[in-house]
Design a binder for this molecule. Structure first.
Ligand SMILES: [Zn+2]
Ligand SMILES: [Zn+2]
Length: 354
């Protein structure tokens, strides 16, 4: 496993005080017959990063460097496996947790093997410059040799400028964080997928509490007027649920057994048969003056499945001649509501009430 380009990974718990920093030229380096980690003769070499640079090592150092690389690779694989497993199972095992919890659990689980690897990493043996790589490329392109005498000898053999400066502190190879990042991203995606967004509206005259499978989730105040800020946006786990709206005194206002699909979007507005909901849609090029197309939403339970792209909630599409730039490629879509007895003629016609 080559050392990561652009980062320094010494592999030592306490790096030596001084390291040799070589300015590399354009010509390939002439190797020297000395181990880069200890004073023994270099009998073999390990490839460093993408420069094609071979670092000479003795047999013993080659073994401990290879071992350190294996440990690092094992930590990365364990991080990926554990993180992805946790991100994937969290929304299934504990569906009541918020949708972003799968990202958090995935990232934390992916970090565990890395923390263990960091805790168990070895100090360099006596007489050795490092436990892992003893030479690496710094971000500025210089070659850092943790054994200063090796660096000075290599610079002299290649006639390269060299400077003794404090050794770089331990830096994690950047690719080690891949498991944490991927698990977090996977968790975010799966959290969204497993917990569809459900907007809940209280269109009755008294406040009530929404209970999902017997568990109170949110108390909603009445909002009789169409308003883009009305209601509460909840994320409910996908699957079958028993939804129940309970008034403050304990009376059941409405209840329904519903099935929520992962990745979908819903509106739940129970106990309001006098309110009609519909989708208004206008595509770019049809002109602002053209009447939008109307799609009535009908439901016996008060639960409506909505399209995934919705530009406006409970407010009309904009009037005027400005170009329409909706979320679905030049198409604007709005969710609307009104009392069924007070619908505009075009909407009433779509509902078959003209
Ligand atoms: Zn050696
Ligand atoms: Zn060594």
């Amino acid at each position: 496993m080559p050392a990561p380009l652009g980062s320094v990974s010494s592999g030592s718990v306490e790096p030596p005080a001084l390291a040799a920093w070589l300015e590399l030229g354009s010509t390939p380096l002439r190797p020297i017959a000395r181990c880069a980690c200890c004073p023994a003769p270099g009998t073999s070499a390990l490839r460093l990063a993408s420069l094609g640079l071979l670092v000479p090592l003795c047999a013993a150092c080659r073994e401990h460097v290879a071992q350190a690389r294996t440990h690092r690779l094992a930590a990365l694989l364990a991080s990926l496996l554990l993180g992805a497993s946790c991100a994937a199972t969290t929304p299934l095992v504990v569906p009541a947790w918020p949708w972003w919890s799968s990202a958090l659990s995935g990232a934390l689980a992916a970090g565990l093997p890395l923390a263990l690897w960091w805790w168990l990493r070895r100090a360099p043996a006596l007489g050795h410059a490092a436990a892992a790589e003893c030479a690496a490329l710094a971000r500025d392109g210089r070659l850092v040799c943790l054994d200063p005498s090796f660096g000075l000898a290599l610079a002299a053999a290649n006639d390269l400028p060299v400077r003794l400066a404090p050794a770089p502190s331990w830096l994690l190879p950047r690719w080690l964080g891949v498991g944490v990042l991927l698990s977090g991203a996977l968790g975010l995606g799966l959290g969204h997928l497993h917990q569809p967004e459900t907007r809940v509206l209280n269109l009755t005259t008294e406040s009530w509490t929404l209970e999902v499978d017997g568990r109170p989730l949110a108390t909603l105040l009445p909002s009789r007027v169409e308003s883009s800020a009305a209601g509460a946006a909840l994320r409910l786990p996908a699957g079958r649920h028993h939804l129940l709206a309970r008034a403050r005194g304990g009376a059941v206002i409405a209840e329904a057994r519903v099935e929520l699909r992962g990745g979908a979007r819903y509106l739940y507005a129970p106990a309001a048969p006098e309110i009609c909901f519909w989708l208004e849609e206008r595509t770019q090029g049809s002109g602002a003056a053209a009447a939008p197309s109307i799609t009535p939403l009908r439901s016996d339970t008060g639960l409506h499945e909505l399209p995934s792209e919705l530009d406006r909630w409970f407010s009309p599409l904009p009037a005027g001649s400005s170009p329409l730039l909706g979320s679905s490629g030049g198409r604007l879509r709005a969710l609307r509501q009104a009392r069924c007895l007070e619908l505009e003629p075009a909407v009433a016609k779509a509902f078959g009430r003209d």
